[in-house]
Write a protein that binds this ligand. Sequence first.
Ligand code: NAD
Length: 679
Amino acid sequence: MTVTRETKDNALILWIDNPPVNALSQDVRAAILAGVTEAQNDASVKGIVIACKGRTFIAGADVKEFGAPPTEPFLPDVTAAIENSKKTVVAAIHGQALGGGLEIALACHYRIAAKGAKLGLPEVTLGLVPGAGGTQRLPRLIESTAAAEMIASGKPIDANKAKANGLVDSVAEDYVAEAIAFATTKSAENRRLSERAFQLDAAKFDALAAATRKQAKGAAAPGAAIDLIRRTAGKSFAEGMKEERALFLHLRASEEAKALRHIFFAERGSNKLPDDISDAKPIEVKTVGIIGAGTMGTGIAMTYLDAGMNVRMLEMAEDAVARGLARIQSSYRDSLAKGRITEAQRDQRLAALTGGTDYAALSDCDLIIEAVFESMDVKKAVFAKLDGVAKPGAILATNTSYLDIDEIAASISRPEAVVGLHYFSPANIMKLLEIVRAKKTSPQALATALSVAKATNKIPVVAGVCPGFIGNRMLRAYVREAGLLLLEGAAPEQVDKALTAFGMAMGPFAVADLSGIDIGYKARKEAAPGSFEPMATIVHDSLVEAGHLGQKSGSGFYTYKDGVKAPNPVALTFIEQVRSETGRTPRAVSDAEIVERTMFALVNEGYWIVEEGIARHIDDIDVAYVNGYGFPRHRGGPMCYARGVGLSKVVKVIEGFGQGAFGKWWRIAPALRNAAAAN
Ligand code: NAD
């Protein structure tokens, strides 16, 4: 039974117990409806409380019902029955009231929250709007722009804020007792939100609409939610509900909702152990060693400190240790100033951190992560030392971006302990963690990597060994096409604009400036001949050699004078020079071509990665790109996007690219051809 009934102090409590998150499955909806209906004629019941067992109030719809045709009773009928109840109904909220959970609470006559509870309508994150009255009841309860903001952002608010804006009536330690008191002493009269009207403050609303559309980067649902609320202001509740329903059904069938459901499920799959070692057990990780306290090492250190683990950082010299520690201190100082952490949390994290230069300090570490310079010789020297001091059974990880982890593993006496943990910058913020399974990585090492990903709130993707693994290998193909487009006639700014209009967080040239054009330059100088198209980065190389390294030197593809970003004339001159030296007449390049060239480069490389078994599932590629490379989530990742375009069309367009001057880079992956043929 997912819903049980308890009578206490003249109140009927409907206890929902549907672990893990008390989702609104069909049986839960039916039992709430039955409980409320039957209580109407039960003289012993003065009021009704809806409360949940376990760790949370109703945290949303049942994911098993996603995308399937809805089954009766429908949620809007359940919320209508709650609101129409003659007897007062009160929601007793702990944990999270999300989506349909908050819509149930909005239909209740009063809402009582436990301390720390969170309330939100995250439907837009699945390409939807609330479909059971959320868009109509919330603006009738709290100020309408605040309501619209909650719905369009999808972000929950906490109990204190909800009390301040009127969403909840009380925040109480003993929230169930308080809910019983409300249910048995307060009237339902004048508490039915459907009987109220709501109006807009047009100026505030316009500002919100503009900001929402800008932030959505092409996703439709947030803007559509705002428009719906604007359209229905001043109309009757019944009319508003009709419009909400129509929009909900329209969005549910959209490509955007399909893509967002796809990535939602893909993320739930990427953290599973590979089938061949599905019974592997992780070791317990309490203390983590980090070698190298640079950009990545310090970010990785904070990732583990934030999760409550001990961290020992190791550097080559004392001044480097001091710089690393200072960097972490300053980052926590910022977080404290912004109110993201408490003073106690900062103190606790800093107390769990030590730094030094002596490898002996790492002898009690369960996991050691190397984040030193990207050089095989340096990494091998570090691993040799780790081999000497790490305790038996410790996991030894490398954060390398491109190097051969099999070679690193083979250089020590315990290759089975070695795994890749490829973090993204800034490591304490970015969600993606590529876990690289080398030839000899033990099941236990891989299981531990997946379990620390979970403990540190990362979204993992398992990859095999190849230069760049999944993400950076694909990135190379994407950067190659962006670079070649410059020689053909596009300007860096046009390429960046076309791709941000597509939804990418940043364009490739802005990214190059941000991370430093010299980083790729060094890597290219050391790479095996033939692994790069030199013409694709000839402009990058000229910029580096002329001292334009990107933002850190003040200019790169763009200049950054006084905080204003503008095309760098030097870069444009270099581009023209290369064009004329190689006899190219620049042509007009359309934005559509920019998107196809760069995106299909990702897609084709993605299919090679699947073909070679570097990714264990095609969906993992989408997870990596959405969470580590700024790919627009509402397009579901590059592989999902390609299916939306049509794989046969993708193949045809790529065949055309294959006829171009740099056509040799467009070898079509057999897995792509096969998938296109199968469609
Ligand atoms: P960085 O130059 O900022 O930091 C490297 C640090 O390692 C320096 O502080 C250096 O003093 C220290 N170091 C070098 N050799 C050492 C040794 N033998 N013992 C102890 N410490 C040593 O570099 P980074 O950007 O942090 O990159 C580190 C690694 O992470 C590289 O392998 C890089 O490819 C990889 N990576 C970088 C990024 C990124 O965006 N920067 C992203 C993913 C992976």
